[in-house]
Design a protein around this ligand. Structure first.
Ligand SMILES: Nc1ncnc2c1ncn2[C@@H]1O[C@H](COP(=O)(O)OP(=O)(O)OP(=O)(O)O)[C@@H](O)[C@H]1O
Ligand SMILES: [Mg+2]
Length: 223
């Protein structure tokens, strides 16, 4: 059984009078506890694909299945699936500026119905494991790009989702922090059986995944 699958995805954008075909028949199957990486040139459609898999965008055609069930961004359960079953690390972080790092991370756990004390405690643990114990009470705009990236990762992990979709989670990090984040992802994958789909430009780290795909001409192919 695949925890996440996508079949025959197509997606085009209309830009002035011309159509940009970003995805054309992209297919992906992710098994439980599997770690997949996706590489590809800038602009080839990696974020578009991840947003579709994360029910944040809709394909023109094709199907997305989570736990064997067909899902789409417009269905009434989509917010709950995004909150509980999926963790999303955005390429551009999208932290809430009026909240501290700790509050940003705790928010999805509070939305899921947990009390704020437990949620802030768990957020503190996660941020500390990512080396941010001194940044808990900083507001998002007081954090560096790499710090915001780690806060974004912690936020994606707080509800222990079965599937984590990460869009260049180490793109703003120096080599040491990048290696630490990859190690953390590998540990979570191994110890908690969380599946990861990671978009990265770092081809060396991409090989740490069990399957590495390349996205080109709108299609995914195994490397
Ligand atoms: N809302 C939009 N309207 C029009 N074109 C778009 C839109 N979003 C993305 N595109 C175009 O679709 C293509 C794929 O974009 P996408 O962000 O998925 O690329 P990417 O592979 O993630 O690139 P990068 O590695 O630079 O992050 C690009 O050519 C981009 O300009
Ligand atoms: Mg992108």
């Amino acid at each position: 059984m695949f925890c996440l699958a996508a079949y025959n995805l197509t997606k085009s954008y209309i830009d002035s009078d011309q159509s940009i075909h970003v995805l054309s028949d992209a297919n992906l199957e992710v098994r439980e506890a599997e770690m997949i990486s996706i590489t590809g040139q800038s602009g080839c459609g990696k974020s578009t694909l991840l947003h579709i898999l994360g029910l944040l965008d809709t394909p023109d055609t094709g199907r997305v299945l989570i736990g064997g069930r067909e899902v789409h961004s417009g269905m009434p359960e989509a917010p709950m699936i995004r909150n509980k079953d999926l963790g999303f690390v955005f390429q551009f972080h999208y932290l809430v500026e009026d909240l501290t790092a700790c509050e940003n991370v705790a928010l999805p756990m509070i939305i899921a119905g947990n009390n704020s004390t437990d949620s802030l405690k768990r957020a503190t643990e996660l941020l500390s494991s990512l080396g941010l114990e001194d940044r808990l009470n900083r507001y998002a705009n007081q954090l560096s790009g790499g710090e915001q990236q780690r806060v974004s990762l912690a936020r994606a992990l707080i509800n222990s989702p079965k599937i984590v979709l990460a869009d260049e989670p180490t793109g703003n990090l120096d080599p040491q922090h990048s290696a630490e984040v990859w190690q953390m992802i590998l540990n979570l994958n191994k110890e908690h059986g969380q599946a990861f789909v990671i978009v990265t430009h770092d081809t060396d780290s991409a090989r740490l995944a069990s399957q590495t795909y390349n996205l080109a001409q709108g299609k995914l192919s195994l490397c």
